[in-house]
Ligand binder design. Structure first.
Ligand SMILES: NC(=O)c1ccc[n+]([C@@H]2O[C@H](COP(=O)([O-])OP(=O)(O)OC[C@H]3O[C@@H](n4cnc5c(N)ncnc54)[C@H](OP(=O)(O)O)[C@@H]3O)[C@@H](O)[C@H]2O)c1
Length: 216
């Protein structure tokens, strides 16, 4: 199944996902902070399945919308634009970039819960936060490839998790359902599973090793 996917953020991850989604046959509407004109070179490179839009247009392009911007900027996106959408949250917390966020500093919220609290009318699914942008193309392999890279998917809505897992699989990775948004701390920044290439078996070991109350 192909669909139109909105992408808010056209940086490392946004452009890598736009490439992967269009190669898989989806259409994308991609946006950034500087406006559609700044995206002309990227959409030319991506081809006819890609369109540049405003953030509002990307938010309303289809049922799936990737939000992939510095976490500190998430609260600046009007949340009602995402009402009723499945928001794919790729974001990680880097205080030096994002500023201090008290609920993340004391780990009373996961980053995904923080994003979901803002987009209260959307269904948030955490995905693509623990793979470096370049690896989205470099590590992709067809379904059934032995020792394929695995990526975690977390969410509180089973149907939305299923939908995003299918997308993860379609663009080249085994999708592992990790539980709800509250469980996604196991793959946040600086946890054992964060970053390197791991198969599903290896990733399960890394998740088990994760510790919640770490030094930031
Ligand atoms: N880099 C990685 O390998 C990686 C891997 C996994 C997850 N992540 C996470 O994914 C997110 C994106 O990372 P990235 O490396 O792709 O970031 P990036 O290269 O710095 O790109 C950020 C994008 O967000 C846009 N943006 C910033 N504020 C915005 C706003 N208020 N409204 C609309 N767009 C806005 C920027 O617009 P302009 O282009 O106009 O400046 C830019 O296109 C981060 O939370 C990061 O921690 C990154």
């Amino acid at each position: 199944m192909t669909s139109t996917i909105g992408i808010i953020g056209s940086g490392n991850i946004g452009s890598a996902l736009a490439r992967a989604f269009t190669v898989a046959g989806h259409s994308v509407v991609i946006a950034n902070s500087r406006g559609p004109a700044s995206l002309a070179p990227l959409v030319t490179e991506l081809g006819e399945r890609a369109t540049a839009g405003t953030v509002e247009q990307a938010a309303q392009a289809g049922e799936l919308v990737v939000v992939t911007i510095p976490l500190g900027a998430v609260a600046s996106i009007p949340s009602q634009w995402l009402d009723g959408r499945i928001v794919i949250d790729t974001n990680n917390y880097y205080p030096t970039r994002d500023g201090q966020i008290a609920e993340l500093d004391d780990e009373s919220l996961t980053t995904a819960e923080y994003v979901a609290r803002h987009f209260a009318g959307a269904t948030v699914v955490k995905a693509f936060n623990h793979i470096p942008a370049l690896a989205i193309a470099d590590h992709a392999q067809p379904a059934g490839t032995p020792d394929r890279r695995a990526l975690m998917v977390y969410g509180d809505d089973a149907a939305a998790v299923e939908r995003v897992s299918a997308l993860v699989d379609q663009i080249g990775f085994d999708a592992i359902k990790g539980g709800g948004l509250a469980d996604s701390w196991r793959i946040q920044r600086d946890t054992p599973g964060y970053g390197p290439r791991f198969t599903a078996t290896e990733l399960a070991i890394k998740l088990a090793e994760a510790r919640r109350y770490r030094d930031l």
